[in-house]
Ligand binder design. Structure first.
Ligand code: AMP
Length: 423
C-alpha cells in the first residue's frame, strides 16, 4: 500500500516548526491578556446557515461543507467571527459591554495551496463587541501591533481603508446592497475596471474612479482629498471623519507604519467601517486583517451592537519570522538528558530528573537502555545541551557527572549545585 499523505492544502507541523507555532500562539495569548481579552473556545464545525449568512461569496464558495449523520448541513469554520456573533446573541447576550473575546485555532478554506496559503491554517482572533468609538478600532490595531512587536517582527505595514466611504458613495447614488457587495469583492481583488462596470450611474462611477485614483504617502493629504471628493455624500463624509479620527488616535499613541488606501476593500461582506490589513512589503502577503462590523450581531438576531475585530494569520506570521530569522526563533530552551550508568541506578537517576523538572529544566531520560557511548550520541543528536551521567562512585559522594555536549567538556558536580549550574 502506498504511504498515506496529508490531504492537499493541509500540513503536519513538526519539530522546530511546531515549537515556533506554539510560541507564536502563546504570544497571541499574552497579547490578549495585556489588552484584557478573554479566551473562548468555539467548535470547528458550525451550521452552514450561520457560517454562510454574512461571510461573502468569496469565502462562501470555498467552505468545506458536509451533511452529518443526523442530516444537518454543517461546515468547517472558515473564520471565527460568525461563531463569536452566535455567542454574543446567545450565551453572552446579557454580558456587560464591551465584550472582548479572543480565540486561536485552525480555520478551513478551499484556497489554491501555495506558500503561505493553505486549506487548513491557524488564526489568532480578537473581537471587541459593544463599542462604536474610534478608541475601539484603535485598540484592535494597537494590539495587532503589540503582538507583532513582541514577536520581534520588523518592517510590517498597516494598510487602512474605510468601507463606509465606499458604501456611502454607492448607496447615495442608488446602488443596491447586493451590487455593492459584488463591487467590493472586485475591488478587494483590485479588479477596478470590473467593479466600475457594475455601476449604472455615471456620476457614481466618476466619483469611485476618483477615489481609486487617490494615492498619497501622507495620510493627512489622502484624507484631505477624500473629504473634498465626498463633500456632497453625507454618509461617506461622516465615514471620512471617522477614518481621520481613528488614524489620529493610532498615530498619536504608537509608532506605526501606516498607509491609507481609500480603494482598499476586503472579501468579508459584514464590514461597515474601518478595515485594515498588515503586510510585509517584501513578502507580499497579508499577515493579518480586520475591521468594524456594526450590523452583524443584529443580522444574527441580536440587538443592534457595534463591533470591531481582527484575525492574524499565524502560518504567515511564522513564515515572516523565519524569513527575518529573528532572535526569538533561535532562542531554544535548555534541555538535558539524564543517563544512569547501570540498571541499579535507575531510581536515583529518575529522582534527579524529577528534581530538575521541579526546577523548570526540560529533562529527557534515557529510555532505550543504551550503553553510555550510544546514549551520549543520541542526546547530542537530539540537540540537548547537557548529559547528566549518574554513576555509582559519584553518587556516593552526592555528585553526578555533567557533560556539556556542545563543548565536549565534563565536570563532576554536587547534586545540590546542579540546578544552579543549569540555570
Ligand atoms: P481573513 O479572515 O480573510 O480576514 O484573514 C485573516 C488572515 O488570515 C489573513 O491576513 C492571512 O494572514 C490569513 N489567511 C487567510 N487565508 C489564508 C490561507 N488560505 N492560508 C494561510 N493564511 C491565510
Amino acid at each position: 500500500m502506498p504511504a498515506f499523505q496529508t490531504v492537499r492544502g493541509m500540513r503536519d507541523l513538526l519539530g522546530k516548526d511546531a515549537q515556533i507555532f506554539s510560541n507564536t500562539l502563546a504570544k497571541a495569548q499574552e497579547t490578549a491578556f495585556l489588552f484584557g481579552f478573554k479566551e473562548v473556545f468555539t467548535p470547528h464545525v458550525e451550521h452552514l446557515d450561520l457560517l454562510s449568512a454574512k461571510t461573502g461569496d468569496e469565502i462562501r464558495q470555498r467552505m468545506f461543507i458536509f451533511e452529518d449523520l443526523g442530516k444537518r448541513q454543517v461546515a468547517l469554520r472558515p473564520e471565527f467571527t460568525a461563531s463569536i456573533a452566535r455567542l454574543v446573541t446567545s450565551a453572552l447576550k446579557n454580558e456587560p459591554k464591551p465584550l472582548k473575546l479572543f480565540s486561536t485555532g485552525t480555520v478551513y478554506r478551499y484556497d489554491e495551496p501555495q506558500k503561505g496559503r493553505y486549506r487548513e491554517f491557524w488564526q489568532s482572533n480578537f473581537e471587541l463587541i459593544g463599542s462604536d468609538k474610534p478608541e475601539a478600532d484603535t485598540e484592535i490595531i494597537l494590539l495587532t501591533n503589540k503582538f507583532l512587536q513582541t514577536l520581534g517582527l520588523q518592517n510590517y505595514v498597516f494598510k487602512i481603508g474605510h468601507i463606509g466611504v465606499i458604501k456611502g458613495i454607492l448607496s447615495h447614488d442608488g446602488v443596491d446592497e447586493k451590487t455593492q457587495n459584488a463591487i467590493l469583492q472586485r475591488m478587494d481583488k483590485k479588479e477596478y475596471d470590473l467593479a466600475l462596470k457594475l455601476i449604472d450611474s455615471e456620476k457614481c462611477r466618476t466619483t469611485l474612479q476618483s477615489l481609486i485614483n487617490i494615492k498619497s504617502k501622507d495620510w493627512h493629504d489622502t484624507v484631505k482629498q477624500l473629504s473634498v471628493l465626498v463633500a456632497e455624500y453625507e454618509k461617506a463624509k461622516v465615514a471620512v471623519e471617522n477614518l481621520a479620527e481613528v488614524i489620529t488616535l493610532i498615530t498619536s499613541s504608537a509608532e506605526i507604519s501606516l498607509n491609507v488606501e481609500p480603494a482598499f476593500a476586503r472579501g468579508l461582506e459584514y464590514y461597515t467601517g474601518i478595515i485594515f490589513e498588515v503586510y510585509i512589503p517584501q513578502l507580499e502577503i497579508a499577515i493579518g486583517g480586520g475591521g468594524r462590523y456594526d450590523r452583524l450581531i443584529e443580522a444574527f438576531g441580536g440587538e443592534a451592537t457595534a463591533a470591531v475585530g481582527c484575525a492574524h494569520g499565524i502560518d504567515r506570521v511564522v513564515i515572516a519570522l523565519q524569513t527575518q530569522n529573528t532572535e526569538y526563533l533561535t532562542n531554544v530552551k535548555l534541555g538535558v538528558m539524564v543517563i544512569p550508568v547501570a540498571e541499579s541506578l535507575k531510581v536515583d537517576a529518575l529522582k534527579i530528573a524529577q528534581m530538575l523538572r521541579d526546577c523548570g529544566v526540560s529533562v529527557e531520560f534515557e529510555l532505550m537502555g543504551r550503553k553510555m557511548g550510544k546514549a551520549l550520541e543520541d542526546a547530542d543528536k537530539r540537540g540537548l545541551e547537557y548529559a547528566i551521567i549518574v554513576g555509582e562512585r559519584e553518587l556516593k559522594e552526592g555528585c553526578v557527572v555533567v557533560k556539556d555536549l556542545k563543548k565536549r567538556e565534563q565536570t563532576t558536580l554536587l547534586i545540590t549545585e546542579l540546578v544552579e549550574k543549569l540555570r
